[in-house]
Design a protein around this ligand. Structure first.
Ligand code: ADP
Ligand code: MG
Ligand code: MG
Length: 251
């Protein structure tokens, strides 16, 4: 059965009622990597935000089933505990909470849900420390407040650290390649690839072939005007890079 099944999803900006998603259909099975490409403003970020239950948007029609459960009625926190992870295109700062404490709380919330005993700080340090090393992050990073004063690249690495510590059945990665230099992109891609198992899946949004060369998608979708208008294999991405979106035949 599919991990997530989106059918005819429509959604609007809550405050103004402006429709952004105009009937999205998308199915992701366990172990698959999907990429969404599309022009600026086509609704890619809105789709991922709606999937995680961002409060600025209202679902006005269609369905989202995650592991067979209806996501639409669930709070963002419940969706996260159910195994959905999202990296934000512009991650938020959490003043007064260190990265270490944030990650420990997130991990223990999930352990509690699975009936496992909470990890103490020392135990957790031995879990998180190798992951910090793998992402070539300074260990001092853990003592800093979440995202406070982070450079763009540090934020991206930190999001992938969160993903690798917390884990996810479906990770939604919105432009994790933006603002990363080639080396940083490789570290981040290696970390994502290291998390992939036959059970979990990734949906990534990108404008760039270089990310898709590092994290190889099973499917590439093109989004336009709030809909997925074409789905194919990674050759679509190559075509877009060479000839732009106009080079894609939409039938
Ligand atoms: P993409 O990620 O594909 O660049 P977005 O999903 O960010 O596109 O945005 C799609 C369209 O919806 C854009 O025209 C954007 O301005 C509009 N939009 C998204 N969120 C809001 C919002 N909260 N308020 C007003 N307009 C929005
Ligand atoms: Mg955008
Ligand atoms: Mg976007």
């Amino acid at each position: 059965s599919p991990l997530i099944e989106v059918r005819g999803l429509t959604a609007s900006v809550k405050e103004t009622g402006q429709q952004i998603l105009a009937g999205v259909d998308l199915t992701i099975r366990e172990g698959e990597i999907h990429a969404i490409m599309g022009k600026n403003g086509s609704g890619k970020s809105t789709l991922t935000k709606v999937l995680v239950g961002h409060p600025h948007y209202e679902v006005t029609g269609g369905t989202i089933l995650f592991k067979g459960e209806d996501l639409v009625g669930m709070e963002p926190e419940e969706r996260s505990l159910a195994g959905l992870f999202m990296s934000f295109q512009a991650p938020i700062e959490i003043p007064g909470v260190s990265n270490f404490d944030f990650l420990l709380m997130a991990v223990n919330a999930r352990r509690e849900k699975s009936g496992l005993p909470a990890l103490g700080p020392l135990e957790f340090y031995s879990v998180v420390s190798p992951k910090v090393d793998a992402l070539k992050m300074d260990p001092k990073f853990l003592d800093r407040n979440v995202n406070e004063g982070f450079s763009g690249g540090e934020r991206k690495r930190n999001e992938i650290l969160q993903l690798s510590v917390i884990g996810a059945d479906l990770a939604l990665l919105d432009e994790i390649d933006s603002g990363l230099d080639v080396d940083a992109l490789e570290d981040v891609a290696n970390a994502v690839n290291g998390l992939l198992t036959p059970k979990n899946s990734v949906l990534m949004i990108t404008h760039y072939q270089r990310l898709l060369d590092l994290i190889k998608p099973s499917y590439v979708h093109i989004m336009e005007s709030g809909k997925i208008i074409k789905t194919g294999d990674s050759s679509i991405a190559t075509q877009i890079n060479e000839g732009g979106f106009k080079s894609i035949a939409l039938v």
